[in-house]
Design a protein. Structure first.
Length: 173
Protein backbone atom coordinates (compact mmCIF):
# COMPACT_ATOMS: atom_id res chain seq x y z
CA UNK A 1 0.00 0.00 0.00
CA UNK A 2 2.85 2.38 0.81
CA UNK A 3 4.44 1.76 -2.56
CA UNK A 4 1.21 2.75 -4.31
CA UNK A 5 0.89 6.01 -2.30
CA UNK A 6 4.55 6.84 -3.00
CA UNK A 7 4.08 6.27 -6.75
CA UNK A 8 0.87 8.37 -6.80
CA UNK A 9 2.67 11.21 -4.98
CA UNK A 10 5.50 11.19 -7.51
CA UNK A 11 3.03 11.17 -10.41
CA UNK A 12 1.03 14.03 -8.84
CA UNK A 13 4.14 16.18 -8.32
CA UNK A 14 5.31 15.44 -11.87
CA UNK A 15 1.88 16.43 -13.23
CA UNK A 16 1.96 19.70 -11.24
CA UNK A 17 5.39 20.59 -12.61
CA UNK A 18 4.31 19.87 -16.18
CA UNK A 19 1.08 21.89 -15.88
CA UNK A 20 2.91 24.87 -14.36
CA UNK A 21 1.46 24.55 -10.86
CA UNK A 22 4.56 24.73 -8.81
CA UNK A 23 4.64 25.03 -5.00
CA UNK A 24 6.89 28.09 -5.28
CA UNK A 25 4.20 29.86 -7.38
CA UNK A 26 1.48 29.09 -4.85
CA UNK A 27 3.10 31.18 -2.08
CA UNK A 28 4.00 34.16 -4.25
CA UNK A 29 4.28 37.46 -2.35
CA UNK A 30 1.54 40.01 -2.95
CA UNK A 31 2.63 43.10 -4.84
CA UNK A 32 0.42 45.38 -2.75
CA UNK A 33 0.27 45.42 1.02
CA UNK A 34 0.31 47.75 4.03
CA UNK A 35 3.80 48.21 5.47
CA UNK A 36 2.98 50.22 8.62
CA UNK A 37 0.51 52.43 10.48
CA UNK A 38 1.69 55.29 12.69
CA UNK A 39 -0.45 57.53 14.90
CA UNK A 40 0.81 60.85 16.32
CA UNK A 41 -0.03 60.04 19.98
CA UNK A 42 -0.45 56.95 22.16
CA UNK A 43 -2.66 58.67 24.73
CA UNK A 44 -4.28 62.06 25.29
CA UNK A 45 -6.81 63.97 27.41
CA UNK A 46 -9.85 65.84 26.12
CA UNK A 47 -12.29 68.05 28.02
CA UNK A 48 -15.99 67.18 27.86
CA UNK A 49 -17.52 68.89 24.83
CA UNK A 50 -14.13 69.61 23.21
CA UNK A 51 -12.46 67.85 20.30
CA UNK A 52 -8.91 67.09 19.24
CA UNK A 53 -7.39 65.84 16.02
CA UNK A 54 -4.67 63.25 15.59
CA UNK A 55 -2.58 62.70 12.52
CA UNK A 56 -1.85 59.25 11.13
CA UNK A 57 0.16 57.78 8.29
CA UNK A 58 -0.29 54.51 6.42
CA UNK A 59 2.77 53.30 4.48
CA UNK A 60 1.92 50.90 1.65
CA UNK A 61 3.60 48.99 -1.14
CA UNK A 62 1.87 49.09 -4.48
CA UNK A 63 -1.73 50.22 -4.64
CA UNK A 64 -2.86 48.88 -1.27
CA UNK A 65 -5.59 50.83 0.53
CA UNK A 66 -4.44 53.68 2.77
CA UNK A 67 -7.85 53.97 4.42
CA UNK A 68 -8.40 53.34 8.12
CA UNK A 69 -11.32 52.70 10.45
CA UNK A 70 -11.63 54.00 14.01
CA UNK A 71 -13.78 52.62 16.80
CA UNK A 72 -14.27 53.79 20.38
CA UNK A 73 -14.71 51.21 23.14
CA UNK A 74 -17.63 53.14 24.66
CA UNK A 75 -19.84 56.23 24.24
CA UNK A 76 -17.47 58.56 26.14
CA UNK A 77 -15.76 59.55 22.88
CA UNK A 78 -16.99 59.97 19.32
CA UNK A 79 -14.23 58.99 16.87
CA UNK A 80 -14.33 59.82 13.14
CA UNK A 81 -11.91 60.07 10.23
CA UNK A 82 -12.03 62.99 7.82
CA UNK A 83 -9.54 64.90 5.70
CA UNK A 84 -6.67 62.61 6.70
CA UNK A 85 -7.12 63.24 10.44
CA UNK A 86 -8.66 61.28 13.29
CA UNK A 87 -11.14 63.52 15.10
CA UNK A 88 -12.05 62.75 18.70
CA UNK A 89 -14.91 64.46 20.55
CA UNK A 90 -15.22 64.10 24.33
CA UNK A 91 -18.86 63.31 25.13
CA UNK A 92 -18.79 62.43 28.83
CA UNK A 93 -16.24 62.08 31.61
CA UNK A 94 -14.29 58.82 31.76
CA UNK A 95 -11.86 57.03 29.48
CA UNK A 96 -12.07 55.14 26.22
CA UNK A 97 -9.85 52.91 24.13
CA UNK A 98 -9.72 53.96 20.47
CA UNK A 99 -8.86 51.19 18.02
CA UNK A 100 -7.43 52.28 14.67
CA UNK A 101 -7.10 49.63 11.97
CA UNK A 102 -6.10 49.64 8.33
CA UNK A 103 -8.52 48.49 5.65
CA UNK A 104 -5.62 47.04 3.66
CA UNK A 105 -3.68 44.03 4.90
CA UNK A 106 0.01 43.39 5.61
CA UNK A 107 2.19 40.59 4.20
CA UNK A 108 0.68 38.10 6.65
CA UNK A 109 -2.80 38.94 5.38
CA UNK A 110 -3.85 40.76 8.56
CA UNK A 111 -4.95 44.32 9.24
CA UNK A 112 -2.54 46.52 11.21
CA UNK A 113 -4.12 47.71 14.47
CA UNK A 114 -3.05 50.52 16.81
CA UNK A 115 -4.74 51.44 20.09
CA UNK A 116 -4.72 54.76 21.94
CA UNK A 117 -6.19 55.65 25.31
CA UNK A 118 -8.30 58.83 25.60
CA UNK A 119 -9.16 60.34 28.97
CA UNK A 120 -12.16 62.66 29.01
CA UNK A 121 -11.96 65.17 31.83
CA UNK A 122 -14.53 67.55 33.20
CA UNK A 123 -13.18 71.05 32.76
CA UNK A 124 -13.83 73.20 35.83
CA UNK A 125 -14.26 76.81 34.71
CA UNK A 126 -14.46 78.32 38.22
CA UNK A 127 -11.38 79.84 39.79
CA UNK A 128 -10.20 78.30 43.08
CA UNK A 129 -9.49 81.81 44.49
CA UNK A 130 -12.18 84.11 45.83
CA UNK A 131 -10.17 87.32 45.48
CA UNK A 132 -7.02 88.42 43.65
CA UNK A 133 -5.14 88.86 46.96
CA UNK A 134 -5.36 85.08 47.50
CA UNK A 135 -3.53 84.41 44.24
CA UNK A 136 -0.24 85.89 45.49
CA UNK A 137 0.05 85.48 49.25
CA UNK A 138 1.90 88.04 51.34
CA UNK A 139 5.16 86.81 52.88
CA UNK A 140 4.57 85.56 56.40
CA UNK A 141 8.12 85.85 57.76
CA UNK A 142 10.68 87.78 55.78
CA UNK A 143 13.90 85.85 55.34
CA UNK A 144 16.87 87.33 57.13
CA UNK A 145 20.25 86.00 56.14
CA UNK A 146 23.55 86.61 57.89
CA UNK A 147 25.74 88.53 55.43
CA UNK A 148 28.93 86.74 56.60
CA UNK A 149 27.53 83.30 55.71
CA UNK A 150 25.90 84.18 52.42
CA UNK A 151 28.90 83.50 50.19
CA UNK A 152 30.96 80.91 52.02
CA UNK A 153 31.72 78.94 48.90
CA UNK A 154 33.61 75.72 48.79
CA UNK A 155 34.79 74.34 45.51
CA UNK A 156 33.61 70.74 45.33
CA UNK A 157 34.55 69.63 41.89
CA UNK A 158 36.26 70.79 38.77
CA UNK A 159 35.43 68.57 35.84
CA UNK A 160 36.74 69.07 32.35
CA UNK A 161 34.92 67.22 29.58
CA UNK A 162 35.32 67.53 25.82
CA UNK A 163 34.27 71.15 25.65
CA UNK A 164 32.27 71.56 28.86
CA UNK A 165 33.60 72.89 32.14
CA UNK A 166 31.53 72.32 35.26
CA UNK A 167 32.17 74.05 38.57
CA UNK A 168 30.08 73.05 41.55
CA UNK A 169 29.80 75.19 44.69
CA UNK A 170 27.91 74.89 47.94
CA UNK A 171 26.38 77.75 49.89
CA UNK A 172 26.67 77.32 53.64
CA UNK A 173 24.20 79.03 55.95
Amino acid sequence: MRKIIKKLSIILIFAMVISGICPSNVSAVSKKYVKSLTVSKKSLSISVGKSKSLSYKVNVKGKASKKITVKASNANVKATVSNGKIKLLGKKQGSSKITISTKGKNLRGKKIIKTIIVRIIKEDMTTPFSSPSEVIPEPINPLVIDVEKIFALQELAYTEGDSVLTLEYVLEF
